[in-house]
Design a protein around this ligand. Structure first.
Ligand code: GLP
Length: 244
């Protein structure tokens, strides 16, 4: 779906998430959201916060699982996704702290393998993800599933692509400070969500969105794996659609 502006599109996506939260609340069920970081979802979170403040949207039945975190990365570090999510969403709504799940960037290397298995199991224990919000990296990554990621991959540690580290360099004041690794949900984890919305804004996403939407399904552009998910929408603005 192509919108004139990312603001307009973000409001529609936030409305869909809010409707799902209310539907699940009416059924007395948790609403399990898979959440993304990066600049793309910021306006969606801003709109959800506005709905919480002005319309009484409650997050008390919301359980969240974030896609990824740099590794190693402390929670207090301002570049952490933990910090990002609290700054843009969690600090401003009534979500219960025990309902927030973000991969722990400080887990010991020896415990990492089991930690990732447990993250996956925790998602399943809630009956899976009801809704997964995604951005896209210029390598075609979703979460931090870089080129080469397997279709059935689960939560795991991954080595970041040079392009991804270069894109993150300004936030870290130089590429040398960008971690070389991350923990990410897998393609299989993402695709198990009942509903997926991928956001893409601006000219610098136009090329990768063309490959993602019109190219062949391939592990060298992991986002192409979304093509055969039966409830995925690519929500993009007119600039991002310019190569389609
Ligand atoms: C990071 C995140 C991704 C995100 C991507 C794009 O790599 N791990 O989940 O989609 O950045 O970020 P942006 O939305 O800022 O373009």
């Amino acid at each position: 779906v192509i919108f004139n502006s990312s603001n307009e599109a973000s409001i529609i996506v936030a409305e869909e998430i809010a409707a799902l939260i209310k539907e699940k609340e009416a059924q007395n069920q948790p609403c399990v959201l898979g959440l993304a970081t990066g600049s793309s979802p910021i306006k969606v979170y801003e709109e959800l916060v506005r709905m919480h403040n002005e319309e009484g949207l409650s997050f008390s039945n919301v359980v969240t699982f974030n896609l990824d975190e740099y590794y190693p990365m402390g929670k207090d570090n301002i570049q952490s996704y933990f910090h990002f999510m609290h700054e843009h969403l969690f600090n401003h709504v009534d979500i219960l702290p025990e309902h927030i799940n973000i991969p722990n960037g400080m887990v010991k290397a020896d415990d990492l393998y089991q930690y990732c298995i447990d993250y996956e199991l925790k998602i399943k224990s809630y009956g899976g993800l009801d809704f997964q919000l995604l951005g896209i990296g210029r390598t075609g990554h979703i979460g931090f599933n870089e080129p080469g990621s397997h279709l059935n991959s689960g939560t795991r540690s991954i080595t970041l692509d040079h392009v991804t580290r270069a894109d993150a360099a300004p936030a870290f004041l130089g590429i040398d400070n960008v971690p070389r690794k991350a923990i990410t949900m897998g393609i299989g984890t993402v695709k198990s969500a009942k509903r997926i919305v991928l956001l893409g804004w601006g000219l610098n996403k136009a090329k990768i969105l063309k490959k993602t939407i019109e190219g062949e399904e391939t592990s060298s552009v992991p986002a192409t794996y979304l093509q055969d998910h039966d409830n995925t929408t690519f929500v993009i603005d007119s600039e991002a659609s310019s190569e389609l």
